[in-house]
Design a protein around this ligand. Structure first.
Ligand code: FES
Ligand code: MG
Length: 576
């Protein structure tokens, strides 16, 4: 491999010339207390850290920045920490998804505008992984992704607790009168008890695994618990490696190829991934110029068994168990025959080399292909007159009796309206009803909130029901479960057919045939369409206004139109 010379590095443009502007740049670095020996003649590595005191999942990042810095310095580079938007999942309202693209824009422009030769991207909490990677793919400098890693298993009164999933479960039991106030507070204190991301196979673990399978992390890095000492060593390895990547000119386009995205999608399906994976995978692929659609994902899903027995799809294991069972390397080794292992990853090796020797230490946690948790992949993509541009469901996480289901619609136009109704013990609802929430998509939510696991009406909970068919144009948390159809596109807020559904209309889900329809005739739908008036826009100014003008629908990944790779490009023009 040919190595770059210092003059070929980006930072040399700032610091090498003997002119007035470079004098200014150098003098300002000296103002920071650095000598020329520190930063001239060597790769400058940006450590983009999505830390904030309000991001409970990234609490260990200040220490990890120092772990990375140690590696960068050892390898002969110069490291600078650059804070990037933290996009925490747990406290951001109305939803963190409103800000994924803001992080992507910030990442791209921070890299572009500064004397950086390579970057270590530090993320993990749901939207930070796709946000950082989308921006860095477009910026095009060598990059390595450092995943925050999952937190330890939750624990309360000797019981293991899983992020999200157990919150919903205990909440339903509390509503049914089976959990005391003291127990509820105990669960609250025990469900998140160390640094790190949600430790179920939620969106965070899913997206970190995807980054790993794409080849953007050091091999297996996504499975290391945040507080394991191996996580520190991995961070230092990232620092050492990124310096070499700069000299090698190993840019993200060499990793983010079509086979790498197909590998990542298959691995996601095999892990029982979050439904959010669909939106983020498509968005990242489009940044890389890779054609990845809902139909590709459905086809990959149909042929990929779910082998990670991790909640919410599996039967009780968590990410800590997954790590002890061998982690993502062992999972990829198990499904090696289904992957293109010739792809190159950030450590400069192929996937085949990276998974060589990986072993499964507990084959109940990482199942062999012959004994999967679920024989087909974890996601299915639907189409029909309710969702002409697609919708997503997680068959493995719902009661199989709903896989083919017909029932009357119970429709809500807003979350508060729905919340009021589900708490009404006299609500006129049967287990066959199909509960629908609309105006909850990218523009309607606004920001595409995780409202899709609509709460089961109290009236049904009291009768012992814990699942029912639910449909929305919202997303749902990766830690959620149940018969929930999500991401209905186009969304109702812009006049998608979901907007035309009325209470009592019969809705039919036919999962084996991937169909979702309302049994309402064409003429009646036309009549309703003519009567439909668009709702008032959610924002008149600011970020929300810009978001609403430019966000694409779920099937396109919800990137901004003007950030996509081909925006503004005339046919035949070269890449930027
Ligand atoms: Fe951060 Fe779940 S809240 S990963
Ligand atoms: Mg989540």
């Amino acid at each position: 491999m040919s190595r770059k010379t210092y003059d070929e590095l980006r930072s040399a443009r700032w610091f090498a010339p003997d002119d007035l502007r470079s004098f200014g740049h150098r003098s300002r670095m000296m103002q920071l207390g650095y000598s020329e020996e520190d930063f001239v003649g060597k790769p400058i590595i940006g450590i983009l850290s999505t830390w904030s005191e309000l991001n409970s999942c990234h609490g260990h990042f200040p220490e990890r920045v120092e772990n990375v810095r140690r590696g960068v310095l050892q390898a002969g580079g110069f490291a600078v920490e650059m804070p990037a938007l933290s996009v925490d999942e747990s406290l951001t309202k109305p939803t963190s998804m409103l800000y994924r693209n803001l992080l992507a824009m910030e990442t791209e422009e921070m890299i572009r505008s500064h004397p950086l030769d390579g970057v270590v991207l530090m993320g993990g909490c749901d939207k930070t992984t796709p946000g950082l990677i989308m921006g860095a793919i477009t910026a095009g400098v060598p990059m390595i992704y450092l995943p925050a890693g999952p937190m330890l298993r939750g624990n309360y009164a000797g019981r293991v607790l899983g992020s999200g999933s157990d919150a919903w479960k205990y909440w339903d039991e509390r509503r049914a009168g089976n959990v005391t106030d003291a127990e509820w507070v105990g669960v609250q204190g025990g469900i998140a008890r160390s640094h790190g991301t949600c430790m179920t196979m939620g969106t965070a673990a899913t997206m970190m695994s995807i980054a790993d399978a794409l080849g953007f992390t050091l091999p297996g890095a996504s499975s290391i618990p945040a507080v394991d000492s191996g996580h520190k060593r991995m961070s230092t390895d990232c620092g050492r490696r990124i310096v070499d990547m700069v000299w090698e000119g190993m840019t993200p386009d060499k990793v983010a190829t079509t086979p790498a995205f197909h590998n990542a999608a298959k691995v996601a399906m095999a892990t029982g991934c979050s439904t959010n994976a669909v939106v983020h995978l498509i968005a990242m692929a489009r940044r890389a110029g890779v054609d990845l659609t809902l139909d590709h994902l459905d086809a990959l899903g149909r042929t990929t068994p779910l082998i990670a027995n991790v909640r919410p799809s599996g039967k009780g294991y968590l990410m800590e168990d997954f790590f002890y069972a061998g982690g993502l390397r062992a999972l990829m080794k198990t499904m090696e025959e289904m992957l293109d292992t010739a792809v190159l990853t950030v450590n400069g090796k192929t996937l085949a080399e990276n998974i060589e020797g990986a072993e499964v230490y507990n084959d109940d946690v990482i199942r062999p292909l012959s004994n999967p948790v679920y024989k087909e992949g974890s996601l299915a993509l639907l189409r029909g007159n309710l969702c002409p541009d697609g919708a997503v469901i997680k068959p493995a996480a719902c009661d199989p009796k709903f896989h083919v289901h017909e029932g009357p619609a119970l429709v809500f136009d807003s979350y508060p309206e729905m919340k009021k109704a589900v708490d009404d013990e006299n609500l006129d609802v049967t287990p066959d009803h199909v509960m629908v929430l609309r105006n909850a998509g990218p523009l309607g939510g606004p920001g595409f909130p995780e409202w899709g696991m609509l709460p089961i009406p109290k009236a049904l909970i009291k009768q012992g029901h814990r699942d029912m068919l639910r449909i929305s144009d919202a997303r749902m948390s990766g830690t959620s479960y149940g018969a929930c159809v999500l991401h209905v596109a186009p969304e109702s807020f812009i006049g998608g057919p979901l907007a035309l559904l009325k209470n009592g209309d019969i809705v039919r889900l036919d999962l084996p045939n991937r169909r979702l329809d309302m049994l309402v005739d064409e003429a009646e739908l036309e009549r309703r369409k003519a009567e439909w008036t668009p709702p008032e826009p959610r924002f008149q100014r600011g970020w929300g206004w810009m978001f609403s003008r430019h966000v694409t629908q779920a099937d396109k990944g919800c990137d901004f139109d003007f950030l996509e790779r081909d925006f503004g490009r005339t046919a035949g023009e070269p890449d930027i």
